[in-house]
Design a protein around this ligand. Structure first.
Ligand code: ASP
Length: 436
């Protein structure tokens, strides 16, 4: 049985088992589920632990080994593409949401049920830092790169690494090669490690899905369901739109694109973290799609750190939902403000579960909505987050194949071809067996 099938079985089996455990109400089964649940988190942690060393080493190898002009060119095109796609998502959300929310009848009971969610959500907000766009801009240059790494602040870390690599590219050849060889070895070791971790995907996905099923099994109701459906529907729409864009813009077959996106999508779907989905995406881009090194080493880390195509969805749908909930009418001017703010704030969305809702705060504040409403959104965020993260990750893969067109499909200067180890031995992707 292929790993793909095993991961899908893990997902479906975990969800059904979780719902069954919740419905049965048997304490022994609930205890068993509680013991299995940490396996999922351990598995996601294992993937996430590879992210910083992988991104850092790939960036250095990418920038020092690629010519600097290519990095500048891809960076400019990438930002233009990201902003265009996010603006499209913002306008689509702004057009679709108001008429749908207008259909909601006033429902005091649903409001009371949702308010209970505020209590749980309090925990989540307490540990997550909320940034305004201005603070985010200032924080882009880290005062302490090690601090940025320790906090997992991806963008400041990337900016430091990029500057370090640009400086290293100016060194004498011998020193430059010393650094490139070292960081290339680090990135190859990380890719081997990721292959090992991905082999455990069926177990990790089962444990994560079990927890999801056990918690969400009976929770769906009225207004929450409506909110969840609108948000998820918009994300699925965006997700579906990425495929033709990638196929036409990247000139590859639908099968190639969907096959290469699947591993990252599986991690995104089960972990709700785009950042955790970076390693399998890089691996597929290298070994299956054979994208240019400048894309794998530079564009993918940049995209996974900054580009969230669905960011405007929770921001705008969430704002309308809170306005409905508190009985506030939003004017067209508010809508325009939200579109613009959501595009800017999209770059502050951390690629972690619920990141998009947390980063919606500046948008709520921009139109004077009660920020406590964010708690309601967080309390019901699991399902929309699954679709957001999956769409986000697919959009990054789509952007990568589109931007790869026109970049030379050549190995880095002075290094072995992508997908090979230093002495020419092939990196066995996924230990020789295709993973999902
Ligand atoms: N969980 C999403 C991601 O990692 C961010 C979000 O909450 O929208 O892409």
């Amino acid at each position: 049985m292929s790993l793909t099938v095993r991961v899908l079985l893990g997902l479906v089996g975990g969800l059904l088992a979780g719902i069954g455990v919740a419905a049965s109400g048997v304490p022994a089964l609930e205890t068993a589920a509680d013991w299995i649940e940490p396996l999922g988190r351990i598995w996601v942690n294992a993937i996430r632990m590879t992210v910083l060393p992988l991104v850092g080493s790939l960036l250095v190898v990418g920038v020092v080994g690629t010519n600097v002009r290519a990095v500048g060119r891809i960076g400019g095109r990438a930002v233009a593409l990201f902003v265009t796609l996010i603006a499209f998502a913002a306008v689509l959300t702004a057009l679709v949401t108001p008429p749908l929310i207008a259909r909601l009848p006033a429902n005091p009971e649903a409001a009371a049920a949702l308010r209970e969610g505020l209590v749980q959500a309090g925990e989540v907000t307490a540990e997550t830092q909320v940034l305004t766009v201005r603070e985010w801009l200032v924080g882009l240059v880290p005062t302490n790169p090690v601090g940025a790494m320790a906090e997992g602040a991806m963008l400041p870390f990337i900016i430091f690494t990029l500057l370090f690599a640009l400086a290293a590219a100016r060194l004498a050849r011998e020193r430059r090669e010393l650094l490139t060889d070292f960081f290339r070895a680090v990135s190859e070791a990380m890719l081997v490690l990721i292959n090992w971790i991905l082999k455990l995907a069926p177990v990790g996905v089962f444990a994560l899905a079990l927890n999801l099923g056990a918690n969400m099994g009976l929770a769906a109701a009225g207004a929450i369901l409506y909110y969840v459906v609108i948000q998820s529907g918009l994300c699925i729409l965006l997700l579906a739109g990425i495929y033709p864009l990638a196929v036409l813009g990247g000139r590859l077959s639908l099968r190639e694109f969907s096959g290469a996106s699947l591993p990252a999508q599986a991690v995104a779907f089960s972990s709700r973290s785009s950042l955790a989905s970076l390693p399998p995406a890089v691996e597929e881009a290298r070994s299956r799609l054979k994208l240019p090194d400048a894309i794998n080493s530079f564009l993918l880390p940049l995209g996974f750190s900054t580009f969230r195509i669905t960011a405007p969805v929770p921001m705008i749908v969430g704002a309308y939902f809170i306005a409905y909930f508190y009985g506030i009418t939003l004017e067209p001017m508010h809508l325009a403000t939200m579109v613009v703010t959501s595009i800017l704030a999209s770059f502050t969305v951390p690629g972690v579960p619920g990141g998009g809702v947390i980063a919606a705060l500046p948008v709520l504040m921009a139109v004077g909505l009660p920020v406590e409403g964010i708690g309601i959104l967080l309390a019901v965020d699991t399902i929309p987050d699954i679709f957001r993260t999956t769409a986000n990750v697919t959009a990054i893969m789509g952007a990568a194949v589109v931007l790869a067109r026109g970049e030379e499909r050549v190995p880095l200067e002075g290094g072995p071809p992508a997908g090979t180890l230093a002495h020419g031995q092939k990196v066995a992707p996924h230990g020789g067996e295709p993973y999902p």
